[in-house]
Design a protein around this ligand. Structure first.
Ligand SMILES: CC(C)(COP(=O)(O)OP(=O)(O)OC[C@H]1O[C@@H](n2cnc3c(N)ncnc32)[C@H](O)[C@@H]1OP(=O)(O)O)[C@@H](O)C(=O)NCCC(=O)NCCS
Length: 176
């Protein structure tokens, strides 16, 4: 590695505040996004959640990323054709090559000027190069009380995820 490449690498591994990854995406629900009752399809919302999560992961890691997992998802209220869906995302915590991103989804009804929570999700992204090799991700710095709480909670969620993954990999190995 040349000195210039080395310097660039060191700089790109410098810790970054959560605010650098904060992203927002907005979508108006169109008939093609909905079921026959005019309600937003769950699968379409999952796609938007994945995209919103990836935005934060790209911004933080400044690299390509792949989705490794999406935790449990609840859909709290139906979203209708014509509603404005807002998705907000940011990196909660970085581990080594992976990072947890939180996505919050709200629906804004511009006629009634009301806003409701629709869903929230935790996604894990892994940073990769063009060949798919995993890459280390720079640490994230939580600054606000909420960011610090999410950072701590993300550590607990990782332990649960790892235990579950190990159990599933064990089951898969037994069945093949
Ligand atoms: C996700 C993926 C990169 C993991 O690669 P792997 O070689 O099996 O994983 P490893 O065991 O070496 O773990 C690499 C990192 O990913 C994390 N990881 C792996 N599987 C995970 C899962 N299911 N959930 C959360 N994190 C996971 C590990 O904890 C590790 O994190 P760390 O480096 O921060 O400690 C690989 O399985 C993959 O490429 N999957 C397909 C991704 C894809 O195509 N996504 C789009 C959806 S179709």
């Amino acid at each position: 590695m040349t000195e210039k490449e080395n310097l660039k690498n060191q700089k790109s591994m410098a810790p970054r505040p959560v605010k650098d990854s904060q992203s927002e995406m907005a979508e108006i629900v169109l008939p093609n996004d909905a079921n026959p009752l005019g309600a937003l399809l769950g699968g379409r919302l999952m796609h938007w959640i994945d995209l919103a999560g990836a935005m934060a992961a790209h911004r933080h890691s400044r690299n390509y990323v792949v989705t490794a997992s999406i935790d449990h998802l609840d859909f709290w209220v139906p979203v209708k054709v014509g509603d404005l869906v807002i998705l907000r995302s940011s990196v909660n915590r970085v581990f080594h090559t992976s990072m947890e991103v939180g996505v919050q989804v709200v629906v804004e009804n511009y006629l009634s000027e009301s806003c409701k929570n629709v869903s929230s999700a935790y996604l894990t992204f892994v940073a990769v190069d063009r060949e798919g090799h995993h890459l280390p991700v720079p640490p994230v710095i939580p600054e606000t009380e909420d960011q610090k709480r999410r950072y701590e909670d993300a550590g607990r969620r990782r332990e649960i995820r790892r235990a579950e993954l190990q159990r599933r990999r064990g089951n898969l190995a037994k069945s093949t």
